[in-house]
Design a protein around this ligand. Structure first.
Ligand SMILES: Cc1cc2nc3c(=O)[nH]c(=O)nc-3n(C[C@H](O)[C@H](O)[C@H](O)COP(=O)(O)OP(=O)(O)OC[C@H]3O[C@@H](n4cnc5c(N)ncnc54)[C@H](O)[C@@H]3O)c2cc1C
Length: 328
């Protein structure tokens, strides 16, 4: 279907190709706007000097302008509950708590695998032709995340009052500081002042915490599979913009990058994007193929964030995979 606004699409495409730092400097004059753009673009988990890193800033920034970045009342699980209940209303059956180790466990004419190439190699490796297996083996994973869940006695005491009105907060100071943090994670180095992505949902949804109390979660990017504990660095970044924060912390639950993978097998080395999403792999995930969702095995499809359009909870990987699978 031709795009409804081709000129806007071309304008978007030309900006999206830029490295985020260069675009921020070209388009914005003030440091606050540059830093805000860097915080959004850093969702890419790419160095901000990499081509296409601006795409994340432009897309997510437009999204924020158009509809904001909402959080689900009661938690994101509510989306899964709603989808599951619709599926069950169509007589669908769901089984959980079962790690599929081999394709033989799912004898069905069509199987959509919500896994990364590395996992598919384990599950279906023997059935895949050698050439395709080699292509999957070349798939690259990126930096991981170190995550903290906080139980808080009070709302976070931000110095800038407006920050209290944001569901998602990016902490990083300046464009160059955020760029340095993301470059470090991508080069295998630990940043003392990491870019921190924080969500404070209990400010807007009281069901997220016991009465009168609060919760928040935060993560920063770390080198792939790094065992490093970033608790002190993340606490310090929050304290920097919200003096008194540490006194509000009742408890913390932390996960290193390898622990993220233990929690969810798709987060290889802590990479929550299902593989690096740089200019090369953006268009060739999981392998360079006209139909990237199909595999050479009849009826076997990829539907995870290792396929286009990549990481995130947009659901488009699954939608495209299902559409292709139905076409056969
Ligand atoms: C803390 C955090 C915050 C995030 N925030 C955002 C956000 O605000 N916006 C956004 O767009 N994205 C966000 N993301 C990223 C987003 O969640 C991921 O990019 C996305 O969920 C990946 O989708 P997926 O389908 O590839 O895998 P997943 O959603 O991880 O689903 C894969 C599922 O398959 C299961 N599985 C794997 N292997 C097997 C097996 N062998 N047998 C059975 N089951 C298996 C896994 O347990 C998992 O349940 C966030 C991620 C994290 C960790």
């Amino acid at each position: 279907m031709p795009p409804r606004h081709p000129l806007s699409l071309v304008k978007f495409g030309l900006r999206a190709l830029w490295p985020a730092r260069a675009l921020a400097k070209a388009v914005f004059r003030g440091e606050p706007a540059r830093a805000a753009f860097a915080g959004i673009a850093a969702h890419s988990i790419l160095p901000l000097d990499a081509p296409l890193s601006a795409a994340f800033g432009v897309t997510l920034g437009a999204n924020a302008h158009a509809s904001g970045w909402p959080v689900a009342k009661g938690g994101s699980q509510r989306f899964m509950d709603a989808l599951a209940s619709y599926f069950q209303s169509l007589d669908g059956e769901i089984q959980t708590g079962w790690e599929v180790k081999t394709l033989d466990e799912v004898p069905a004419p069509i199987v959509l695998c919500d896994v990364t190439p590395r996992q598919l190699l384990r599950i279906a490796g023997e059935r895949l032709p050698a050439g395709y297996r080699r292509q999957l083996e070349r798939f690259r994973h990126g930096p991981g995340v170190f995550k903290i869940d906080y139980a808080l006695s009070d709302p976070i005491p931000w110095t800038a009052a407006a920050v209290a009105r944001a569901g998602t907060v990016h902490l990083g100071g300046t464009l160059d500081e955020i760029a340095a943090s993301e470059a470090a994670a991508n080069r295998g180095r630990i940043s003392d002042r990491p870019y921190v992505l924080l969500v404070q949902a209990s400010r807007f949804d009281p069901s997220r915490a016991p009465a009168g109390k609060h919760t928040a979660w935060a993560y920063c990017h770390v080198p792939h599979n790094a065992e490093v504990d970033m608790t002190a660095a993340i606490d310090a970044q929050i304290e920097r913009f919200a003096p008194g924060f540490r006194d509000c912390v009742l408890a913390r639950a932390t996960k290193t990058a390898p622990q993220m993978e233990l929690w969810n097998a798709n987060y290889i080395g802590g990479d929550i994007n299902g593989g690096v999403q740089d200019a090369l792999q953006h268009y060739t995930r999981p392998v360079p193929r006209l139909n990237p969702y199909a595999t050479p095995v009849k009826g076997l499809y990829f539907c995870s964030s290792s396929t286009p359009p990549g990481g995130g909870v947009h659901g488009m990987c699954g939608w495209h995979a299902a559409t292709r699978a139905l076409k056969g």
